[in-house]
Design a protein around this ligand. Structure first.
Ligand SMILES: [Zn+2]
Ligand SMILES: [Zn+2]
Length: 163
């Protein structure tokens, strides 16, 4: 069998996703054997999941801030310390998705049998921990996400040019 891209080379493996034949050079092109199309698909879905979580964080941040603002508008006088407090609370809430995802990675959900109250308990504890962890890793993760998005953009450009 010949490589899907280099018709004169013998294939030594195949794409893990679609099974196309790959020559040694194509096999070692990415971290694991993938054809260009499947690689693009993979980084596209990675990009989408990053954008989803960033979008969710921004949504929660604005939502919390706005909600606090609307609810407390009539009761408190807004000075800079109140606004700072709002920002801080909004920041805490918006870091939950990232904390949650990090926790899930550290300790994947195990499908054990638990009564519903157990799950509720588990959920609340996880939510609580998500805030605690999220607050600390949020800036770092945002930095990593943006860096990765730029990387993905460059990777895509490179692959598309070579396609
Ligand atoms: Zn493939
Ligand atoms: Zn090849």
């Amino acid at each position: 069998m010949k490589c899907y891209k280099h018709y004169n080379r013998d294939a030594s493996s195949q794409c893990l996703d679609c099974g196309k034949a790959l020559c040694p050079e194509c096999t070692n092109k990415y971290n694991y054997p993938l054809c260009d199309t499947c690689f693009i698909n993979e980084i596209n879905s990675e990009k989408l999941s990053i954008l989803k979580i960033l979008g969710l964080s921004i949504f929660i941040f604005i939502g919390t801030f706005y909600y606090k603002f609307i609810i407390l508008r009539e009761f408190v006088e807004f000075d800079s310390s109140v606004v700072l407090y709002f920002l801080w609370v909004s920041y805490g809430f918006s870091s939950v998705p990232i904390g949650w995802v990090t926790l899930t990675k550290l300790q994947p959900n195990s499908f054990i049998w638990m009564p519903i109250i157990g799950w509720l308990f588990y959920f609340i504890i996880k939510l609580y921990l998500s805030v605690l962890i999220g607050i600390f890793i949020f800036p770092y993760k945002i930095y990593k996400f943006i860096k990765r998005l730029i990387e993905i953009k460059n990777l895509k450009k490179r692959v598309v040019r070579k396609l």
